[in-house]
Design a protein around this ligand. Sequence first.
Ligand code: GLV
Ligand code: MN
Ligand code: MN
Length: 396
Amino acid sequence: MAVVDASRFLADLYHLRGFGRVGTGVIRPAYSAPDIEARDWLAGRMAEAGLVPQFDAMGNLFGLAEGPSLLLGSHSDTQPTGGWLDGALGVIAALEVARASRESGGPAISVVSFQDEEGRFGGTTGSAVWSGALALADADAVADTDGVILGEARKVLGSRIGPDVNPRQFTGFIELHIEQGPALDAAGEQIGVVSDIVGYREMMVTLTGQQNHAGTTPMALRRDAFQGLSRFAVRLEDRMRNVVTPQSVWTIGHVAVAPNAASIVPGQVRFSMQWRDGDKDRLARMRCVIEAVLADVAGEMELGLEIGPLMVLEPVAMDRALRKRLEAAAEAVAPGRWRLMPSGALHDATNVARLMPVAMLFVPSIGGISHAFEEDTAEADLVAGLRVLARAAGVT
Ligand code: GLV
Ligand code: MN
Ligand code: MN
């Protein structure tokens, strides 16, 4: 019989939703006031559970058990307009499993809420720094889309910052997360055990034309940066077909048009170019296509082209032994209603895999919607995820 308390878990999950809540969604980006308030509340809940709360310099919040322990968790920051479960589910489930384990004399479990998984400053920033993939000094220089650098933003942590948390005290890491895609919901399944996490590439691109008068500049003489982006996006759709599979994705998600005024031919456009795939070679081929199309369009339209540094996260396979524990737990909790599947979303587990064995499990996202206020999961599925996590962690 499970020792985890589903009502207490759900009550904490709903409480966390209150920090930055807007309608059904949440606005709680890294280092915002709601993010820090949520972390302070979480630190209190960790202490009440008998764990030692500890913030590191990035604002990653650990709840530490004594001695060697299994680490469970995810992140509690959100997208600029985010859903209530992305990250939050894994953190609160970890808290409940650790708490229940202490109460029942189970194994030592520690908890983490990583900082800036959602990428106000790039992507999985807190776990990237903790894992050594990114130097703190380099992270500090990264600016968000408003031009605020991380080094300034994290000053809000003040005296919360404690010593670095030594990863060697952890025997492994398991992250419970919502699927954020349609597969489990469409199939009526309850659990996804993750086989591997896709690779990720992102860079900022700037196209520069000539800012000019929108009424007097003949169409044939314009060097319109926005029209350059538009031609690039359409042509990319066509040219990518030669190298991608149905699992490959690419997104132009952030666009800043300058000067962004109705009566001015746009002089500059700066945008994010992101692409993901499970295969490293295909990621490289996609990059070649992107850069070739950019160069063609810039040449044809006489636009300046600048490409920023490439952010790289390689595809990562989950640890076989931990995965087997999740598979056995999934079969016990949701017999015949689980599957092995890749993750198309990025997760802190990608970085933590540099340090220790990692594994992940998913619960369904209703309608496959995530990174949106509508993001939701049935309570029964949230609790099933909690129970699978607990079993896999040896808390039964
Ligand atoms: C993380 O939220 C991602 O973009 O996959
Ligand atoms: Mn997430
Ligand atoms: Mn997310």
